[in-house]
Design a protein around this ligand. Structure first.
Ligand code: PGA
Length: 253
């Protein structure tokens, strides 16, 4: 493990950047969940979908099965959902979370929140941020990062002040995600996503980036200017952001 110190890129920033193997990252990240839940068993956790968190979710399930972690009093909020996909659709993020984590641990389904991909009117979107506030705010939000620097589905250009909203997915994002669908045409064109401000309101952020395809976005996130051109660069402004990178994702730093 190479710790690049508490952000070696710029003075005065709080981002903690850790480079490790994907297996090591899953273990270290899972240990952070253990610590949080030890201090606060009813923590509010923000989860993410995509290929990146799969090893971490497998590790959390392993710890749960070994009796080393419990989610029994936890409340969860997911980052995003495709517009138009029913929760039962096998590419919906609800289905992803149920399959890859939620049904394997002792989480109360009544305390799971995922933006609706079906009801996307303004009141429903606003209610998502309100539900987060009512739950006491998110203690830790997990993030992946897009090759274009998106967090959640906040594509480049998204205002840094945004709350939960519907976005039009970029062609690049749809092409990258087409691997999960039969064809590019089947990839939804829009998604409901927590906004950048919603994410930044979380007390702790944990971003994981794996693979060479993320290297440029990671570079911009850590060493570039804070700019909506790379939404993840706002992490530089967060008081408690931890970034886990494998060697390939860290290769441009
Ligand atoms: P990935 O997606 O984990 O499948 O690479 C991350 C993202 O697009 O945020």
């Amino acid at each position: 493990m190479i710790a690049l110190s508490d952000n070696d890129a710029k003075d005065g920033l709080n981002m903690k950047v850790i480079v490790d193997t994907p297996e090591g990252i899953a273990k270290q990240a899972a240990a952070i969940y253990q610590e949080i839940l030890k201090d606060k068993p009813n923590a509010v956790l923000g989860f993410a979908t995509g290929s990146t968190p799969l090893d971490l979710y497998a590790q959390l399930i392993k710890l749960y099965e070994a009796g080393e972690i419990s989610f029994k009093d936890v409340t969860t909020f997911n980052l995003d959902e495709y517009v138009g996909l029913e929760p039962t659709h096998d590419q919906s993020y609800r289905y992803f979370m149920d399959t890859n984590l939620f049904t394997h641990i002792d989480l109360d389904p009544a305390r799971v929140h995922i933006p609706s991909g079906i009801d996307t009117d303004a009141a429903t979107l606003a209610a998502y941020d309100e539900a987060i506030a009512e739950a006491g705010g998110i203690d830790m939000q997990l993030l992946g990062i897009g090759c274009n620097g998106h967090i959640g589905f906040n594509e480049p250009g998204t205002p840094l002040e945004s709350l939960t909203h519907v976005v039009e997915l970029t062609q690049n994002t749809r092409e990258v995600n087409a691997r999960f669908f039969d064809s590019l045409d089947d990839v939804p064109t829009h998604a409901a996503t927590m906004g950048i401000k919603t994410v930044m309101n979380a007390r702790k952020l944990l971003l994981i980036a794996l693979g060479e395809s993320k290297a440029e976005a990671v570079y911009q996130t850590i060493k570039g200017p804070v700019s909506s051109a790379c939404p993840a660069s706002v992490l530089q402004l967060h008081p408690d952001a931890v970034v886990f990178l494998d060697e390939a994702a860290a290769s441009k730093l």
